[in-house]
Write a protein that binds this ligand. Structure first.
Ligand code: AMP
Length: 251
């Protein structure tokens, strides 16, 4: 039994799948797939149970853990996401850089003489929160550190989430709900507050005491955009897919 973490994004609009490269590359599969699909599928399902009206609207889900991405959903379906051909694209992560100017990669190889393996190691395992702070890839460790490098890494992480969310709000044509999930999204009130403050222009208004308590709904009652904290469960999603196949096999 195999569950692809890309499957949830499969039917997004063609424009969100295409990279601006010559057509032949698209034909051979070099396109934007998107990841964290099992997590987003679970969040879409939970949101339908919690608030079907919101689930039918324009939603951004933010999976913020060691790996991090955003997914724009309309009527519970993915229409855009920040990860692309690989899980390296989009947001800054624990040790991954996220989106960077591809010219940097060329510079590292042609001017600094780094091998492809060294560049891969740098971008996947030495960048992100770890690379910027020089301390740790772990958000909790950085929050407990009073040094300016830790603060700079946390601020950059939040800035990039807000910046990418702005792009997804354009893809959605507006926003009705924003959902935080995964290790940082579910637990880190200060990161949630910083992101919501940066997105206040789009209508996110949070109740700081609800946010501190990681309540299910952390927005104020009259917030134009609902803000929720929903724990993800990718394992349950895999189990549900497996059960479906097993049942179909029996019938
Ligand atoms: P994940 O990959 O979903 O397990 O998330 C890992 C990230 O979540 C790490 O950066 C952790 O520091 C962060 N995290 C996990 N638990 C907490 C917590 N209670 N408070 C703040 N951050 C947390």
């Amino acid at each position: 039994m195999a569950c692809f973490d890309t499957a949830f994004h499969h039917d997004k609009p063609p424009v969100a799948a295409r990279l601006p490269l010559p057509r032949a590359f698209h034909e051979q599969g070099i396109r934007r797939y998107g990841f964290h699909g099992l997590s987003y599928e679970y969040i879409a399902r939970r949101l339908r149970e919690i608030d079907p009206v919101l689930a039918a609207g324009r939603v951004i889900a933010a999976h913020l853990g060691n790996g991090a991405s955003l997914c724009a959903m309309r009527d519970s379906k993915s229409i855009d996401t920040t990860m692309g051909f690989t899980a390296l694209d989009g947001l800054m992560m624990g040790t991954r850089c996220g989106a960077i100017d591809p010219g940097v990669v060329l510079h590292l190889q042609t001017q600094l003489g780094m091998s492809a393996a060294d560049v891969e190691d740098l971008l996947y395992r030495k960048s992100g929160l770890l690379g910027v702070s020089g301390i740790s890839s772990d958000m909790r460790t950085l929050s407990d550190n009073s040094g300016p490098e830790a603060e700079e890494a946390i601020e950059l992480f939040c800035w990039r989430v807000a910046r990418e969310a702005g792009g997804l709000i354009a893809s959605l044509g507006g926003l009705d709900a924003f959902v935080f999930t995964a290790g940082i999204g579910e637990n880190h009130a200060d990161v949630r507050r910083r992101i919501c403050e940066r997105l206040a222009w789009s209508g996110l208004r949070i109740d700081e005491s609800a946010n501190r308590g990681s309540a299910l709904r952390i927005s104020v009652p009259n917030s134009p955009v609902a803000v929720l904290v929903i724990p993800t469960d990718e394992e349950r999603m895999i189990a549900l897919h497996t059960l479906k196949v097993v049942r179909e096999d029996r019938s």
